[in-house]
Design a protein around this ligand. Structure first.
Ligand code: FAD
Length: 397
């Protein structure tokens, strides 16, 4: 019998496993695939990730981002530069393999190519069955991503919002992209209710689209449209994108149900801990993994009566951030053209947002700082939308 079984060894699971093993607990990690494995993901880590991970992860960072090029449907570009890094780019195969190696070095046992197929919670233990065997532990962690088996089985009432995203890798093969070093592209006009991105990596560009608000028809056509209009992709052979769901935090009542039972707990995507503004999930998978490990160690080492300290910490530290991010996302994705225009006129406002990514402030701090300006902006945007609808209607008559 293990102390803890962690199902899924992405960033969330690997973090829990590392911290629990360091706390002296016996940990079994079960991973469906074999690392290093490809994962559909932009691989952008906000610079504040430095506060969560040990510096050696920089060995797998492929590009450090200091500059953001904003565009609207491939046009109206402007750039914002930061002397301090805003983000780091990784390929998920190398990044996740690094975190799993760290978990093994800490003492966790990791079985790869072993998919969990059933999970049962009993009064005195949990049981996880894979195609190869059956394992028991005192606690199970669901770190098995957006389509989590652990969440579906042990937390059937928890439901959240899934949105779609498509991502593709463009090998440069010696070709030169017009994108300067250390620069990413964000395009608010690429997809309704979301954005398109180009992220540079070693010898390739990762490109994608994600829609975070409203419903989307034919994402492949939207992706192709972005590829056609994006100047950084001119002359490059761009393969089709691969789709994957993003479990965005949407604050629904069913999503705010506990993330713990007596012997189970969810982290990362399995827990719907993805920021609704950018779709950033790696930071929160690692952050929730650390919180989960603390709550499990406290419980199994008899400092607390149960695992609920994890729910309290997530509700106190992450949900308020997501709620603030959701308010910002609503304004940005409802009035993307006006937001693009406003940022273009005042690029300094971009630095305020970059401070969130650098960890100098939070989404809540940002909203506090720009609350009045944002309210005025929304009121003006609504007036402009109403005025243009009235003009359009009278022109049709
Ligand atoms: C197109 C796209 C682009 C994105 N871009 C970014 C970005 O640039 N930056 C960012 O921060 N976030 C991004 N995200 C979100 C990010 O990918 C996730 O939030 C993050 O991977 C969550 O980490 P996790 O450890 O919770 O889950 P995952 O990384 O999904 O890891 C889950 C692991 O569990 C394994 N698994 C699943 N089922 C089982 C099972 N039954 N048994 C055993 N193992 C199992 C999987 O193989 C996987 O290794 C993006 C997502 C998408 C779809």
């Amino acid at each position: 019998m293990h102390d803890v079984i962690v199902v899924g060894m992405g960033p969330g699971g690997a973090t829990v496993a590392t911290h629990l093993a360091r706390a002296g607990l016996s940990v079994l990690g079960l991973e469906w695939k074999t690392h290093p494995r490809y994962k559909v993901c932009g691989g952008a880590l906000s610079a504040r990730t430095d506060r969560l991970l040990e510096p050696d992860y920089h060995a797998v960072v492929e590009e450090t981002i200091h500059r953001v090029r904003f565009q609207y449907a491939g046009a109206e570009p402007f750039e914002s530069f930061s002397p301090e890094p805003i983000a780091y780019m990784v390929m998920r195969d190398r990044f996740d393999a690094h975190l799993v190696r760290q978990a093994r070095e800490a003492g966790a046992s990791v079985r790869e190519n072993e998919r969990a197929v059933t999970v049962r919670e009993h009064a005195d233990r949990v049981e996880v069955e894979t195609q190869q065997g059956r394992y028991c532990a005192k606690v199970v962690v669901g770190a098995d991503g957006a389509n989590s088996l652990v969440a579906r089985t042990l937390f059937p009432e928890r439901r959240g919002r899934m949105v779609g995203a498509l991502e593709g890798e463009v090998p440069l093969k010696g070709a030169i992209s017009s994108l300067g070093a250390g620069t990413i592209v964000l395009d608010l006009g690429a997809v309704a209710g979301g954005y398109g991105w180009v992220f540079p990596k070693e010898g390739r560009l990762s490109i994608g689209i994600g829609g975070f608000q409203g419903t989307r028809r034919n994402p492949r056509a939207v992706y192709q449209g972005f590829v056609k209009t994006e100047p950084a992709l001119d002359g490059l052979a761009v393969p089709d994108g691969l789709g994957h769901p993003i479990p965005l935090y949407a604050g629904k009542a069913t999503e705010r149900l506990p993330l713990t039972t007596s012997r189970a707990l969810l982290v990362g995507d399995a827990a719907h801990l993805v920021d609704p503004m950018l779709g950033e999930g790696i930071y929160y998978a690692v952050a929730s993994g650390r919180m989960a490990a603390g709550a499990i160690a406290d419980h199994l080492q008899e400092r607390t009566a149960d695992l609920r300290t994890y729910d309290v910490q997530v509700a106190g530290e992450l949900y308020p951030e997501f709620r603030a991010a959701a308010s910002l996302a609503w304004a940005v994705y409802t009035f993307p053209l006006l937001v693009h225009g406003a940022l273009r006129r005042r690029p300094a406002s971009v630095h305020l947002y970059a401070d969130v990514l650098k960890g100098h402030t939070t989404y809540q701090g940002l909203l506090g700082a720009i609350g009045d300006r944002l309210r005025n902006f929304i009121a003006r945007a609504i007036r402009e939308k109403v005025a243009s609808a009235v003009t359009l209607r009278s022109a049709r008559r």
